[in-house]
Design a protein around this ligand. Structure first.
Ligand SMILES: [Zn+2]
Length: 482
């Protein structure tokens, strides 16, 4: 390297910053000698043309190695904008350094993480990537008759030719869930609005599953923030600590379906019943995933008054088991099943919320309260969430022909019972292979529920008591013919 080249390199480093990715070796083709030679990465050779990097993967690996993703709907809007302009700006999100990029034309609708944006532009003019203009721009989306081409320059810009990246198109809304077609009525689900109340270990998973199924509208209610103890069962990650669960789940939903509409209500529904009733009225289906009976009774009241379908799910202590209840207008309500004023021996997963609703009395010390936290495993919660999702999809597509229509005949009970292990409540249950006509763990059982004529919510018969008696009563009601 001569002095001039060294100065060039030093200038580049000052200008671009030292970048280990550009500190390797480039290959230069010298047409005079007909040979390649290596040069330090990052300076312009005085003769010859830089063609590629010399990498572990081989010198030819650079071209086509850069992958770029574009959204079909955003491309259409860029095309329209090019009707009246030479160029439109592009916003490039670097996902994995110098390898994977996502290009957007509407940054304001993009709510995903990864805010690092590199400048780019979109044009129909092929000369734009041949000329010396756009000295600071790194990406060019070239719209051609045959579809979009994406061209890029890696750092430093001065010495870089434009190279073509491999471009992938993310389909627009109507085609995003085309793989589910035939199993799910994606067109119907897209117009459905689901209200999810409680975004803990149940509500977070169910929301995301429904987004994956193509549900298009969500209303999310929870005033809690992500805490360290949530991580073992929640979909939130360590990067979400301290954030409102409504924001975390909105992001997760949009990560699955960027076209979903999400409304967020970080409020305590027990303190804002008018809002609860209003949102229940707007919803096609309500998922009740709160962790206490006060809110479940409030939600039950709203469902009965507004005539909406609701799906309730919960785990009992340490997620030994759990149950799922589905309310359909005219049928028995949640209160009919558990009886008014009965505090279930349910899981205490969070001291603060258990204190608020009285499951942990005010006089219990902080230390003793902490010892009462009895969470189960995420894998013990999953089966319960899964049945709630299936019931939700059945209800949202009810009456329409689809691959899951047959489940309407399958899932006819109001209440379902699940046990994860033969412990405490289920200690006398028999091991699965020898259970015969007796209940065993890891199987769903339908529970027959009657309306309670004296129910304070729907005035319909308490047939089940809580605690041990409830479990025994449920076991005796189990229909083994299903
Ligand atoms: Zn009732």
């Amino acid at each position: 390297m001569n002095e001039n080249q060294l100065n060039n390199l030093a200038e580049n480093i000052r200008e671009e910053g030292y970048n280990p990715a550009t500190s390797g070796t480039d290959l230069v083709y010298d047409p005079a000698s007909g040979e390649f030679r290596t040069v330090p990465r990052g300076y312009s050779p005085s003769n010859g043309e830089t063609v590629t990097k010399f990498t572990e993967g081989g010198f030819a690996s650079e071209s086509g190695h850069v992958m770029v993703y574009l959204r079909e709907d955003e491309l259409k809007s860029a095309e329209e904008a090019l009707g009246s302009a030479e160029e439109v700006p592009a916003y490039v999100e670097e996902i994995d350094s110098d390898e994977v990029f996502h290009i957007h034309f509407q940054p304001e609708i993009k709510k995903l993480p990864g805010e690092l944006r590199l400048p780019g532009f979109c044009t129909r003019d092929r000369n734009a990537i041949n000329g010396l203009s756009h000295s600071s721009l790194r990406f060019c989306v070239l719209l051609t008759e045959d579809g979009p081409e994406v061209w890029y320059r890696l750092r430093p810009l001065k010495s870089r030719q434009w190279a073509q990246a491999e471009a992938f198109i993310v389909p627009s809304e109507e085609n995003l869930f085309s793989r589910s077609k035939g199993i799910l009525e994606v067109d119907i689900l897209r117009d459905k609005r689901v209200l999810v109340i409680g975004l803990g270990s149940f509500g977070s998973q169910i929301s995301i599953e429904l987004a994956k199924a193509g549900v298009g509208h969500f209303a999310l209610m929870d005033f809690d923030r992500v805490e360290l103890h949530n991580l073992s069962r929640h979909t939130a990650t360590i990067h979400d600590l301290g954030r409102l669960k409504t924001n975390v789940i909105e992001e997760a939903i949009l990560g699955k379906n960027p076209y979903a509409k999400v409304e967020k209500f970080p409020v305590n529904i027990n303190e804002d019943l008018p809002l609860l009733y209003e949102e229940v009225e707007k919803a096609d289906l309500v998922i009740c995933a709160t962790d206490n009976n006060t809110s479940r009774f409030n939600i039950s009241g709203a469902l009965v008054e507004k005539g909406k379908v609701g799906i309730f799910g919960r785990a009992i202590t340490r997620a030994e088991g759990g149950d799922v209840f589905r309310y359909r207008p005219g049928g028995p309500c949640y209160c009919c099943v558990v009886g008014a004023g009965n505090l279930q021996e349910e899981e205490i997963s969070d001291v603060a919320s258990a204190r608020r609703d009285g499951r942990i009395a005010a006089y219990v010390s902080a230390e003793d309260a902490e010892a009462m936290v009895q969470v189960g495993l995420s894998s013990d919660i999953e089966p319960i969430c899964n049945l709630m999702v299936k019931l939700a999809l059945v209800e949202l597509s009810r009456g329409k022909e689809s691959g899951i229509s047959s489940l309407e005949e399958e899932l006819t009970y109001d209440c379902y019972l699940w046990a994860n292990r033969r412990d405490r409540h289920y200690a006398n249950w028999k091991p699965f292979p020898a259970a015969g006509q007796l209940p065993s763990i890891l199987r769903w059982y339908g529970v027959k529920v009657n309306k309670d004529e004296h129910c304070p919510i729907c005035s319909g018969n308490i047939v089940l008591d809580d605690g041990e008696e409830e479990i025994n009563a449920m076991a005796s009601n189990i229909d083994l013919n299903q």
